[in-house]
Design a protein around this ligand. Structure first.
Ligand code: GCU
Length: 571
């Protein structure tokens, strides 16, 4: 597994973005391999990359693959003495990759980057890149298939979009350069402590200089090194801490020298902050923290789950407008670009792996645990330096099972070992016992009283919610985030007195929930489900294959509840 430093451009590093129109064809009879499409195919149609394939055409929306992509590229002459890497930001669900007809690898699981060292495979003239994407649902995959009354039969409530969902980058780096950087920050009275670990590609005698830009001065650490690991501790007097209100970022630059000549530079932006739980409270930089925000989806008409910079900017604007300071990456990791913007704009993130709807069927258990560990490893490697990321979420709404506690305890310990600096949770659904909260650092609950139960009876639902929250807090004595609550609301549907599916019902439901949550000192966060309406599988409870719990429509227009949240959160 290559370390996943996001490609940058400077005098020593370059990248080419292969986004655009590729050739594509559906493999409806699954015969592409025997027909050697991996060596190239001539009758493909144009397709946009990055984007899901499901909504780009007038047929095959529900066909989950295999789909075959191909494109060509050339390598600049001055990359000849560099390491050349091919990097996919996200392909859902299973990708097989061929370069010039040679199979260079496979990756299972969407929403996380993977890459291949192609230094010894690329030719200076045209190179042929072919990718087979298989998105079909299966009980042995994570997330699993399951609900027979859904089409496609997902065991989760969002459409299983397939395709190359984020940019494919070709990048070049020095052969013996910086491979990975890990930063952990702390606060020690009036100093910020920055602990830095740098992984180098090879062991060789080099000089290195670490530079932390502090206003118009620099704090540096210089070393001569022969090992593959460089460690340094930098101290910043009276630091500008990273907070949602003032998300201050410092430039941390690593320079490598050979015989006094620079041969590699990598710069990352870091935020000095701490996150911790003490008693029944959540603390950021030693001060009590309360999370206001949403569950979301990477979802938009036509592009499906595809990377859309303008929609990312719009969603941050809408969340800021409501007064939100946080979101959970429901139910899968979001793009690196979104994480960088969260650092810059001051959003706090609960970062979730794609373990939604886990079933704990014995024969799939080992494979599910292996996949969840892979996801956690890839996610922590990718997002470990973001100040915005404060909590790792191991799963959303795992089915209750006597097997779940051991499963999540192992995953919890595995995650804590990878990153001891952040909190770990998992998200429990209505009425499901979850013994995993005995070891999780913080409790996250999705509750829909007065929607899936106590239908139409908000007061009764609030009573049941209040009783259950108190009971869970008494049991686990840990702070609680209500990580989902909301109602399906048809835009423009009105009723007085309020009635389910009306905008008035969504307003009253959210208002009464928020009033209750503010009365409980152990509640440290509230995330409304959902920021926007989003696409799901077809089923009798999802009209037109849409979940209408957004406080904004799928094309980002506000319902009455968006204005109500702004009124209640901006206070
Ligand atoms: C669940 C689940 C969501 C789903 C929501 C709903 O809590 O976590 O993914 O969309 O309920 O039913 O609307």
């Amino acid at each position: 597994m290559l370390h996943i430093l996001y490609p940058i451009r400077n005098n020593y590093r370059q990248y080419i973005d292969l986004s655009g129109f590729w050739d594509f064809q559906f493999d409806l009879d699954n015969q592409g391999i025997e027909k050697n499409w991996n060596e190239g195919f001539s009758n493909g149609d144009p397709i946009a990359v990055p984007a899901s394939w499901n909504d780009q055409f007038t047929e095959n929306r529900d066909f989950l693959g295999p789909g075959w992509y191909q494109t060509t590229f050339s390598i600049p002459w001055d990359w000849n003495d560099k390491k050349v890497v091919l990097r996919f930001g996200s392909v859902n669900y299973l990708a097989d990759v061929w370069l010039n007809g040679e199979h260079i690898g496979t990756h299972e699981g969407g929403h996380l980057p993977f890459e291949f060292d192609i230094t010894n495979l690329v030719k200076n003239q045209k190179n042929l890149l072919v990718v087979r994407v298989d998105g079909h649902l299966s009980p042995e995959r994570v997330p699993p298939s399951g609900r027979p009354y859904n089409f496609p039969n997902t065991n989760f409530d969002f459409f299983p979009f397939c395709g190359i969902h984020r940019p494919v980058l070709l990048y070049s780096i020095p052969k013996e350069g910086i491979e990975d950087i890990t930063v952990i920050t702390n606060i020690d009275s009036d100093s910020g402590i920055v602990l830095v670990k740098i992984n180098l590609a090879n062991e060789h005698p080099i000089e290195s200089r670490l530079i932390l830009k502090v206003d118009d001065t620099e704090i540096t650490a210089e070393k001569s090194n022969k090992r593959k690991l460089i460690e340094a501790r930098l101290e910043v007097k009276n630091p500008k801490l990273w907070t949602p209100e003032n998300p201050y970022l410092y430039d941390l630059t690593m320079e490598l020298f050979n015989n006094g000549e620079v041969f590699d530079i990598y710069t990352i932006k870091i935020g000095i902050r701490t996150i911790e739980v003490k008693g029944d409270q959540l603390f950021l930089n030693g001060k009590p923290l309360y999370l206001y925000g949403f569950g979301r989806h990477e979802d938009f008409p036509v592009t499906g789950r595809g990377y859309l910079p303008a929609v990312i900017i719009k969603d941050f604007s809408l969340m800021k407008w409501t007064g939100a300071n946080s979101f959970r990456t429901t139910h899968y990791p979001y793009s690196e670009q979104m994480m960088n913007l969260a650092d810059r704009l001051g959003f706090l993130i609960i970062n979730e792996i794609p373990a939604v709807g886990l079933t704990f069927i014995k024969k799939h258990l080992d494979r599910h645990l292996t996949l969840c560990k892979q996801y956690i490893q890839e996610l922590v490697e990718r997002d470990k330096n973001h100040p915005s990321v404060i909590i790792w979420s191991l799963a959303n709404e795992p089915r209750s099972s006597p097997l779940s506690k051991d499963f999540f305890h192992e995953l919890y310990k595995f995650t804590k070992k990878l990153d001891p600096s952040r909190l770990i949770t998992l998200v429990n659904s209505q009425g499901v016992e979850n013994r995993a909260f005995e070891f999780c650092d913080i409790v996250c609950l999705n509750r829909y009283y007065a929607w899936y139960t106590d239908q139409g009876q908000i007061e009764k639902g609030i009573e049941h919610l209040s009783e259950e929250l108190d009971k869970i807090f008494r049991r686990y004595q840990k702070p609680i985030i209500l990580s989902e609550f909301g109602t399906d609301t048809i835009p423009g549907w009105h009723a007085q007195p309020p009635e389910m599916f009306s905008e008035e019902y969504q307003v009253e439901f959210l208002t009464k929930y928020i009033d209750l949550l503010k009365s409980k000192s152990y509640i440290v966060g509230q995330h409304v489900w959902n920021l926007c309406d989003f696409k799901t599988s077809q089923g009798i409870v999802r009209m037109g294959g849409i979940n209408y719990k957004g406080v904004f429509t799928r094309d980002r227009r506000p319902k009455m509840a968006a204005h109500q949240l702004k009124k209640m959160w901006k206070k």
